[in-house]
Design a protein. Structure first.
Length: 125
């Protein structure tokens, strides 16, 4: 398995465990202690993600199988394009992770809820 394939597997497995299974212990297993967060609504470090998970759980977000529509890797960067259900609505996510020493080390994202009506007939995937 190439390093890029291994990085993709790390990102997919971590994302499913943390955000699909809502498993807080996955944060310590898959995230660097120096985790850098570029989403301005979440604090740096594993504790920021743990806090986000507690918020999702308290809002009633259910455990779910994440549907990964596109997964790409270049060097130490992995791009995930996925579907997620949150607050009774379907969302589309693009998450970008930098992998270092087998752990998620840095994160960027973009997200949007599925609109009730689309201006075109193209799928979001």
């Amino acid at each position: 398995m190439t390093q890029q394939e291994e990085n993709k597997q790390i990102a997919i497995t971590a994302y499913q465990r943390i955000f699909g299974n809502l498993d807080v212990t996955g944060v310590d297993e898959y995230m660097s202690k120096e985790f850098i967060q570029h989403n301005p609504t979440i604090a740096d470090g594993p504790d920021g993600v743990k806090s986000l998970l507690q918020t999702l759980i308290s809002q009633g977000v259910a455990k779910q199988k994440i549907s990964f529509k596109h997964v790409c890797a270049e060097n130490d960067i992995v791009f995930l394009h996925s579907r997620y259900e949150m607050a009774g609505k379907e969302w589309r996510f693009i998450d970008i992770y930098r992998i270092e020493n087998g752990k998620l080390a840095e994160h960027w994202d973009a997200m949007m809820p599925m609109p009730d009506k689309s201006a075109n007939n193209n799928s979001m995937f």
